[in-house]
Design a protein around this ligand. Structure first.
Ligand code: FAD
Length: 332
């Protein structure tokens, strides 16, 4: 079956791999705007909402599917997709350490929270740090680029904007009056123009995130750290510091206020002068209830979509794409 996929962000890429593994012929259509959410995603794979100390829905299932999915992709493209180490939470004082230990005693958290241990850098202001067991950081641009290369070589990938979708007699679909498909998966992120056209309005509640790329003279940080923001080593002496959350002004260039907010938060636990190299921003495709959406069309039975991955696309896209593909009707 020839399956078309609109979008090659985290959602579309996961759908493309699932379609490939199911033995289908895959045709990806992506307009290739590097500022889409996936290209700025920090790549954190974290079952825990660190600020609120709660687990995301179906955390264990997402982690299990994520691990086998990326391992299989690594095998296909022959490269490692992850930065070293799990995420570590900085425990600022004795109270924060006690709270963490108390949380570890709760059954639902015990397998996700590591033991407090000594701080990994002399300039961190805090009592101790502890790992989030099972957390990782995906090298997102690397994953997207390597996957792109694979699908260009073994299937097809068109760098175009999809401007028309027409239904044809045999139940198939034609994109841009050119490409004939047996099935179509829409993974266009925010805004969901084609998804909403076919499936009705989605409860989008997008949030803007900004972050900084920073560097410093002195000892390096070996893995992802979090207190009130994340500090993430890119492995080349530079670090991502982010990110902000704003639901108001979604568009516009990087703002001075976001930069100040991030630097102030960083200074509150990392007593190391940093140089800002760059500032980036993007829009998270959140839904108002923070739950992703995916479905097959009630009458166009081979038209499906996946959207609303919010701030967890790297963790949730493997299992959600598998669940969507499992519902594809291959015979009519
Ligand atoms: C600042 C920030 C930090 C983040 N950090 C993390 C993180 O650490 N971990 C994590 O898991 N997630 C993170 N996220 C969230 C993550 O980016 C999203 O969950 C994910 O990228 C959504 O992927 P998507 O494929 O649904 O959408 P997108 O990434 O938006 O991809 C959609 C793709 O479809 C293409 N497209 C749309 N319409 C068309 C069309 N008509 N024709 C052709 N192509 C089309 C777009 O060009 C784009 O390439 C972060 C997001 C932001 C903004």
């Amino acid at each position: 079956m020839r399956i078309g996929i609109i979008g090659q962000g985290l959602a579309g890429t996961a759908l493309a791999w699932q379609s490939h593994w199911a033995g289908h012929d895959v045709a990806i259509f992506d307009r290739g705007l590097k500022e889409s959410a996936s290209w700025v995603a920090a790549g954190l794979i974290n079952p825990l909402v660190l600020r609120r100390k709660r687990l995301i829905k179906d955390a264990s299932e997402h982690l299990a599917h994520m691990q086998s999915f990326y391992r299989r992709v690594e095998g296909e493209i022959g490269t490692t997709l992850f930065y070293p180490g799990p995420i570590h939470e900085i425990l600022s004082d004795a109270q924060a350490e006690e709270d963490w230990k108390d949380l570890r005693l709760q059954r639902e958290f015990e397998s996700f929270l590591g033991q407090p241990q000594s701080l990994c850098h002399p300039r961190i202001l805090g009592k101790s740090q502890a790992s989030v067991v099972g957390s990782k950081r995906l090298r997102v641009p690397h994953y997207l680029m390597e996957s792109r290369g694979f699908f260009k070589r073994h299937h097809s990938l068109e760098e175009v904007e999809v401007q028309s979708i027409e239904r044809i007699e045999d139940g198939g679909l034609i994109l841009n009056s050119t490409w004939k498909l047996d099935a179509l998966l829409i993974a266009e992120g925010y805004p969901g123009k084609w998804t909403e056209k076919f499936f009705g309005a989605l409860p989008f509640s997008p949030s803007r995130g900004e972050g900084l790329r920073v560097t410093w003279e002195g000892e390096e940080i070996p893995y992802a750290l979090h207190e009130n923001i994340f500090l993430l080593p890119d492995g080349d002496g530079s670090y991502q510091a982010g990110s902000t959350y704003s639901w108001d002004a979604l568009s516009g260039p990087p703002s001075e206020s976001a930069k100040e907010e991030l630097l102030e938060k960083l200074r509150s636990w990392f007593d190391q002068p940093v140089e800002v190299l760059d500032q980036w921003h993007g829009i998270r495709p959140n839904m108002s209830d923070r739950q992703p959406r995916w479905a097959w069309h009630p009458s166009l039975e081979r038209l499906g979509f996946l959207n609303g991955l919010g701030s967890r696309g790297a963790l949730t896209s493997p299992w959600l794409s598998e669940k969507l593909l499992a519902g594809l009707k291959t015979s009519s």
